[in-house]
Write a protein of this length. Sequence first.
Length: 122
Amino acid sequence: MITIDDFKKLNIVVGTVEAVEEIEGSEKLYKFSINIGKTDPETSLPALPAGRQALRQVLGGLKPSYKKEDLLGKQVLVLANLEPRKMMGLESQGMILAASDEDRKPIIISPLEPVPNGTIIG
């Protein structure tokens, strides 16, 4: 079990998928550019000047479930303060939150209605 204080350490924000690219040699991963709003990319806290948007490069194993064109413009939940990780020679700067169906295919979790990029979950 975790405490509420442990949960509060997670910076989960809403972001919009701006671009999706294939990663050469990967059967599962896409490279995403996700707009997470007016969020400081160093601290993951809302802090950027008005009009400036933070884009995150996030790698996600969503290829088995989604076509690239179906993901463009989609709002997703991003764990924004996850330590960056290298995969396939690229850095992932967060994690898209997803559930798994009975076949263990990822299903993206997203808001039922549009909300501003950077909206904090929790």
